[in-house]
Unconditional design. Structure first.
Length: 112
C-alpha cells in the first residue's frame, strides 16, 4: 500500500512538465494499491491500462479526494520543441466509487 498526499489542481496554465507551477490546494491523503496491469499495450505508442484502489480517511471530502487523485496521477504534455519525443502521457480517471473507496483507471500513451 502506498500513502499518497492529495492536492487539487486549481489552475491549468502549464503543461505536465511544469504543472508544479500551477496553483494547488491540499485536500488530504489516500492509501493506494500498486497499479495492476489490466490491458497490455497494443501498439508502440501505447503503454497499457492499469487499475488501482484508493481508500480515503474518515471525515475527508470524498468528492474532492477523487478529483485530487485524478489530478495527482494525471500528467500530459511535455516541454520539448519537437514532436515524437517519446514522452509519456498518463491519464487517470475514477471508474467506480464504493463509500470511502474508489477504483481508478490509468491509461498511458507515448508521444510518437
Amino acid at each position: 500500500m502506498i500513502k499518497q498526499d492529495l492536492s487539487l489542481r486549481l489552475t491549468c496554465r502549464y503543461v505536465g512538465t511544469y504543472r508544479h507551477l500551477d496553483e494547488w490546494r491540499d485536500v488530504g491523503t489516500a492509501t493506494l494499491t500498486p497499479a495492476r496491469l489490466v490491458r497490455e499495450a497494443e501498439d508502440f505508442d501505447e503503454g497499457g491500462t492499469y487499475l488501482r484502489w484508493a481508500t480515503f480517511p474518515r471525515g475527508q471530502d470524498i468528492d474532492a479526494s477523487i478529483r485530487a487523485v485524478e489530478d495527482v496521477l494525471t500528467s500530459s504534455g511535455c516541454a520539448h520543441e519537437w514532436d515524437c519525443c517519446g514522452c509519456p502521457s498518463v491519464y487517470t480517471r475514477v471508474k467506480h466509487r464504493h463509500g470511502r473507496r474508489a477504483v481508478f483507471e490509468t491509461r498511458v500513451t507515448y508521444n510518437y
